[in-house]
Design a protein around this ligand. Sequence first.
Ligand code: CA
Ligand code: CA
Length: 197
Amino acid sequence: MDIESSSSSCYDSLKAFDGSSTTAMLIATLCGSTVPDPVYSTANEMYLQFESDGSVTKAGFKALVKFVDPSVVPTEAAAPTTGCGSVHTDPTGTIMTPNYPNDYPNSADCDTTIISQDRNAKVTLTFDNFETELSGNCQYDYVLIYDGADSSFPFMDRFCGSVIPGPITSTGPDMYIKFVSDYSVGASGISATYTSA
Ligand SMILES: [Ca+2]
Ligand SMILES: [Ca+2]
């Protein structure tokens, strides 16, 4: 594994999607020279996309593909929970936690990615409602926002509780939003709209 990276992001990258194209959920964005843990799909398809930017090349990667029985996939390595979270490519849209406006489930882990088709656009996320379990450092239930297509991009903010955060705008064309809930105490959750312009 040797793919050009910076300290906080990937200049060149190998992306793995949980399906047959880039419209499937993004499972991993890989770069750097540390051999990553195995990447698992949730079903029988995985789409890999290697991209290099305008300068600096490295040796690249070599990977082994194995078809395995789902029972051997480690739980902690399994792809993110499906059925919540999504990939959005429309210029505007709505994002909600599962069951909204009823309480979200415990043990949710929802990954939402907004990918602008206009690669010069920025994404603005506006919260319309925000009701999540409040905890001191937002360690129980929370939302994380990253300034790019996944959590390898710069972290922007972390929210919990019931104060509606102000709008957040990315510096680039993509935004990644992760919602996590713990094992107890729910709330009505989050409703937000985004615009890409
Ligand atoms: Ca490069
Ligand atoms: Ca909770």
